[in-house]
Design a protein around this ligand. Structure first.
Ligand code: SAM
Length: 270
């Protein structure tokens, strides 16, 4: 049996990957030269990116806490990222220790860490599926998904900081609909997504620097991001700049010169 703590052999460290680029910006250690090169190039083109990823992580925490407080006890978190502080199961289980979470990511390095994390999580309440978001059947029908989540009851579908990696030709709207169709009314969808709506020049430079490093990244408008929520009613404040989605009293205030680069949205299935 493979040693679960050593990197998997299919890990290609010479190609930048979003999970590791994001990890570098968050101050993590799970990144390689190719990831750092893209991360630094993007940071030069768009210096607000580090604040932006912190905002994104803070939004994830607030959105999951909100869903748990609304009574959601099951979460499907697609595009998990390398575990860091405030992972979905930790936030949800702080509100309700019985909360169950299925994590999904397509980066094998996330799997290595997820396995380590699962060893410390309560048995049966947290599962990890290595799969591509663009393959809903592989995720929705995976035995670990079905063993952990009950699709007859509401689920919180969390796709935070991830849909921008799905190109238009891969039909992101159709893909997300496959997941939302599998949810019963009363379920929730939480999304964050980069946009050029607030600062077009800075965000275009951000996306161009990202794409130059062979990592696809698509900016979408607020109207486009709202399309993920067909059949959902948005909870207050609706489509909002990330840092303005239900800011918590203990959040670090945004710097005065902060440039918004992403939206946060949470909706409830009708
Ligand atoms: N959701 C976490 C958060 O908000 O802190 C992590 C966001 S990180 C920027 C994006 C994650 O999406 C990465 O871990 C990356 O590996 C994952 N990802 C990108 N494309 C994916 C795909 N097609 N299928 C599954 N995961 C994907």
């Amino acid at each position: 049996m493979a040693d679960e703590t050593s990197p998997p052999t299919r890990l290609n460290t010479s190609v930048p990957h979003p999970a590791r680029v994001y990890d570098y910006w968050l101050g993590g250690k799970d990144n390689f030269a190719a990831d750092r090169e893209v991360a630094e190039a993007v940071k030069s083109a768009s210096p607000g990116v580090v604040q932006g990823v912190r905002d994104n992580r803070a939004f994830l925490g607030r959105a999951v806490r909100f869903l748990a407080e609304e009574g959601i006890t099951q979460f499907l978190d697609i595009g998990t990222g390398i575990p860091t502080r405030g992972n979905t199961h930790e936030v949800a289980q702080a509100v309700n220790p019985a909360a169950r979470v299925v994590y999904v990511d397509n980066d094998p390095i996330v799997m290595v860490h997820a396995r380590a994390l699962l060893r410390s999580a309560p048995e049966g309440r947290t599962a990890y599926v290595e799969a591509d978001l663009r393959d809903p059947d592989a995720i929705l029908e995976h035995p670990d998904t079905l063993a952990t989540l009950d699709f007859g009851r509401p689920i919180g579908l969390v796709i935070v900081g991830t849909l921008m990696y799905i190109k238009d030709e891969d039909d992101p709207f159709g893909v997300v609909k496959r997941y939302t169709d599998a949810l019963v009314p009363g379920s929730y969808l939480a999304v964050s997504h980069v946009t050029g709506d607030f600062a077009p020049e800075s965000l275009t430079a951000f996306a161009e620097a990202y794409n130059a490093g062979s990592v696809p990244l698509v900016l979408r408008t607020g109207a486009e991001i709202s399309r993920f929520f067909e059949g959902f009613e948005l909870v207050e404040p609706g489509l909002a700049a990330l840092g303005e989605w239900r800011p918590a009293p203990d959040d670090v205030p945004l710097p005065a010169d902060h440039v918004h680069g992403a939206y946060g949205v949470v909706g409830r299935k009708l």
